[in-house]
Design a protein around this ligand. Structure first.
Ligand SMILES: Nc1ncnc2c1ncn2[C@@H]1O[C@H](COP(=O)(O)OP(=O)(O)OP(=O)(O)O)[C@@H](O)[C@H]1O
Ligand SMILES: [Mg+2]
Length: 360
C-alpha cells in the first residue's frame, strides 16, 4: 500500500514544546500507524521480547490454539500497541481494540467479550485504568472463558453465566505496578519493553526514512537517534521535523549538519532535553538554589501546568539523573548543574552539622 504522507502532514499537530514528549498527540497517531512494523521480523530491537513472544506464538500455532494472554508493559512510545497488532497479524486473527478507560461498566466488557470469536485477540490498552467490577469480570473471562452477566437490580437480580470462546487477551500498561496481583497473575506471558539503544533507534530512523521517502545519510540518522530519549516514537517525530528543515532550508537530504541545525532550531539538545526540560532545570538551579522545591511552585516558575511538568518533563529528567523526587520536593542533581554549565554547589551539610546550628 503506497503511503502518502502529504495527506497526513497538514493534520499533524505536533507543537515544538511537545517534540520530545513521550505521548503521541492527536493526528500523530495516523503517521505512527504508517510507520509501525507489521510482523515480528520487522520489529527493531527488543530482541529478548521478540524471541520469547515468537516462541509463544509459534507454539500456539502448532497446537492450533489461541496463545496465552500477554501483558505488555513499559514506558510510552516503545512499541506496546505495535506488538499487540503484530500478535494478531502473526496469528492471522482479527484484533479487537479497546482501552481501560473506555470500559466504565462491567456490562461494556461483557458486550465486547460476548461478541468475540474463537482465537480473536482482544487488546486492552491502559489496562491499569479499568474499573474494579470490569477487572473482576476480566479475571474470570481470562481463566475460565466465562462471565456472569447480571440481569436486573437488587434482590431480583440474577447472574446468567455466559460462555466465551477461547481468546487471547493482550493488555498494555505503562504502569505495571498499578495492576492488581490477581490480574497480573492471569497473564501467561509478560513482556517488559526497555528503552532502545542508540544503534537500534538509528535502524528505526533509517527504516522510517525509507517509508517516508526521506533521503538520509548515516551520521544524520545517528544524530537523530542519539537525541531520541531511547524512544522510537520520539525518533520518528524528530526525523519528520528534521526532514521539514532539510526540505525548506537545505537540499532535502538529512545530513549531520542538517540534523544539527534543525534540532538546534527546535531546541532539542545533545542529550534529548528540550526547552521545557531545560527551563525546569534552570528554574530549579538558578531560582531555587537546587531545591528542594514543590512541583507546583516549579511549574509556576516555568509558566506551565503542573501536569505538564510532572508527566512530560519530569520522568525523563529523573531517569537521566538530573532531578530527584524527595519527600520535601524536587532537587537538582550535580548532573543538572553541569548540564546547564553551572558550578555544582557544595554538598549540603550533613545532619549532624545542622544540629550544631541550634547550639547542641
Ligand atoms: N521495535 C520497533 N521498531 C520500529 N518501530 C517501532 C518499534 N517500536 C515502536 N516503533 C514505532 O514507534 C511508534 C510508537 O509505538 P507504539 O504506538 O507501539 O508505542 P506504545 O508503547 O503503544 O506507546 P503508548 O504507551 O503511548 O501507547 C510506532 O508508530 C512505531 O512506528
Ligand atoms: Mg499504545
Amino acid at each position: 500500500m503506497p503511503f502518502h504522507e502529504e495527506d497526513l502532514d497538514e493534520a499533524e499537530t505536533t507543537y515544538f514544546r511537545s517534540l520530545t514528549a513521550a505521548e503521541a498527540e492527536g493526528d500523530e497517531r495516523a503517521v505512527e500507524a504508517a510507520l509501525r512494523p507489521r510482523t515480528l521480523d520487522e520489529v527493531v530491537g527488543q530482541v529478548r521480547v521478540r524471541d520469547q513472544l515468537g516462541l509463544v506464538l509459534e507454539a500456539a500455532r502448532r497446537r492450533g490454539r489461541a496463545p496465552d494472554h500477554v501483558l505488555l508493559s513499559g514506558p510510552p512510545g516503545l512499541g506496546k500497541t505495535t506488538l499487540a497488532m503484530i500478535i494478531a497479524t502473526e496469528m492471522s486473527t482479527p484484533l479487537r481494540l479497546t482501552s481501560g478507560p473506555a470500559i466504565t461498566h462491567a456490562g461494556d466488557l461483557a458486550a465486547i467479550l460476548s461478541g468475540m470469536n474463537e482465537g480473536d485477540v482482544l487488546f486492552v490498552d491502559e489496562i491499569h485504568r479499568m474499573s474494579r467490577p470490569a477487572e473482576e469480570m476480566l479475571y474470570m473471562a481470562m481463566e475460565d472463558f466465562r462471565v456472569d452477566v447480571v440481569i436486573g437490580k437488587g434482590p431480583g437480580a440474577t447472574a446468567i453465566p455466559l460462555e466465551i470462546p477461547p481468546f487471547t487477551l493482550v493488555g498494555a500498561t505503562t504502569r505495571a505496578g498499578l495492576l492488581p496481583g490477581p490480574l497480573r497473575d492471569r497473564f501467561g506471558f509478560t513482556a517488559h519493553l526497555e528503552y532502545y539503544e542508540p544503534h537500534e533507534l538509528d535502524l528505526i530512523v533509517h527504516r522510517s526514512a525509507a517509508l517516508l521517502g526521506v533521503d538520509v545519510v548515516d551520521d544524520g540518522t545517528a544524530e537523530i537517534a542519539s537525541r531520541s530519549r531511547g524512544t522510537p516514537r520520539i525518533a520518528n517525530r524528530l526525523l519528520r521535523r528534521v526532514r521539514d528543515y532539510a526540505q525548506v532550508r537545505a537540499d532535502g537530504v538529512v545530513t549531520l549538519a542538517v540534523a544539527h541545525a534543525a534540532l538546534e532550531m527546535y531546541e532539542v539538545d545533545q542529550l534529548g532535553l528540550d526547552r521545557l526540560d531545560r527551563a525546569v532545570l534552570d528554574a530549579l538551579c538558578r531560582r531555587f538554589g537546587g531545591g528542594p522545591v514543590g512541583i507546583s511552585t516549579l511549574a509556576v516558575a516555568v509558566g506551565e501546568e503542573r501536569e505538564t511538568v510532572e508527566e512530560v518533563a519530569e520522568p525523563f529528567l529523573v531517569r537521566n539523573g538530573f532531578l530527584a523526587r524527595t519527600p520535601r520536593g524536587r532537587v537538582a542533581t550535580p548532573a543538572a548543574w553541569e548540564h546547564l554549565g553551572l558550578t555544582v554547589p557544595p554538598a549540603p551539610a550533613p545532619l549532624a552539622a545542622e544540629g550544631t546550628l541550634f547550639g547542641e
